[in-house]
Design a protein around this ligand. Sequence first.
Ligand code: NAD
Length: 502
Amino acid sequence: MRQIEAFPAGGDSGAAAARPEESRWGDVFDPSTGQVQARVAFSTLADLDRAVARAAAAQPAWAATNPQRRARVMFRFRELLEANMQALAELLASEHGKVVADARGDVLRGLEVIEFSCGIPHALKGEYTQGAGPGIDVYAMRQPLGVVAGITPFNFPAMIPMWMFGPAIAAGNAFILKPSERDPSVPVRLAELMREAGLPEGILQVVHGDKQMVDAILDHPGIAAVSFVGSSDIAHYVYSRGVAAGKRVQAMGGAKNHGIVMPDADLDQVVNDLTGAAFGSAGERCMALPIVVPVGEATADALRERLIPAMAALKVGVSSDPDAHYGPVVNAAHKARVEDWIQTGVDEGAELVVDGRGLVLQGHEQGFFVGPTLFDRVTTDMRAYREEIFGPVLQIVRAPDFESALRLPSDHQYGNGVAIFTRNGHAAREFAQRVNVGMVGINVPIPVPVAYHTFGGWKRSGFGDTNQYGMEGVRFWTKVKTVTQRWPDGGAGDNAFLIPTA
Ligand code: NAD
């Protein structure tokens, strides 16, 4: 069976074959067939120590390399991503379960952050004040943090690692990546390609594992900062433990994004956008739209009437099927969890309009498929409304007017993304201004900001105060040093016993 190793494989202790008998492993499935296709070798605490030591040894020279040269590695890496796009997408799809075209999008959205990182010389330019006092100039520079780490979820195994290591490495840090143990192959490939692009040894390493490895990273005194993306309870835990250990931490969590549909919206467009945003990638996106809020009963009825045939036309297939709209969920446990949530919705009194449970694909009977599911008359007291399901389940929550629609996402525990569909500019502007959510789409169902803006949710969707990528990312991965300088022209001044003021 294929074995997935850390990067560099075996650390400096040599080949994978030398792993001790008691080593821990994780199964990596092909969600389309339901079979284990590989096993991933969990790194040990000694492996992590070695990786940190290697990173610490390599980082000063990398930080001292001028930013243009660091950027050139990013340029070359970008070319290698392009050249390997199809292979990366197929590998990703085979472990995650999303369809190959969608897996290309996963790689591409990461590539865009690499493109942003190619501009790091500009992004790192400091600030300067001439004449802040008599003969005094003040300047500020951004310096890398040293050895940093990223812990990533299964659902975007290419994009999210690149959100993190792109700006972190371009800014002069050495980066240790702990990807999800469910689909770890693409992250390892990315590290290999970075090396091929000319990145010095030790600047990007991959360790594998589960909670044990996460805890070791959080407690490691040699790691200065941790970026985490995953579910909210774990994000909160990672944030608290990392900060208690004196690290800089940003931790993005789960989501339950709402799409508000105003009575004047173009419903055909909305249905088109909604089916993609609710069911694409089997709903396993933190920016999916699992809740739709039609404003007014007439809007709700018309929307529901259009949604049912649109859902019936969706094709669920294996991840390599070019005609499939979406593939299986990531593993059997997650399939069971999604189906349990559907039952919870039924038990809580929501109206199950389309039931996606029990979907079996001929020839792939063991695959982890869940059909598109629709609930109507979902209410805010239901657990199935309050919690993240992370599957192909769309819930209709009817709202009588704009104000009550606005309150739903604003009062929800999660605050990642939200969308409003309307032709009314005033309503859209008012909504964007007042909604208590971090990323807003106006007639855009999945408002993931472009790479030179920044990504981050509010409330339980994000712990810490800086976002991923864009200038916020550069700020997270660097610290500011401020220099106040004076070049006296001879002659001793007065003794200064008082604090200087300008
Ligand atoms: P997860 O929280 O299970 O795992 C994320 C990472 O944490 C993995 O690397 C995993 O190995 C590690 N981990 C798992 N259990 C742990 C524990 N008990 N202690 C410490 N670490 C642990 O998340 P997932 O299922 O891989 O990903 C899906 C979740 O991620 C969803 O909740 C989704 O909304 C969220 N997500 C959020 C964003 C965002 O930017 N806000 C983006 C993508 C995904």
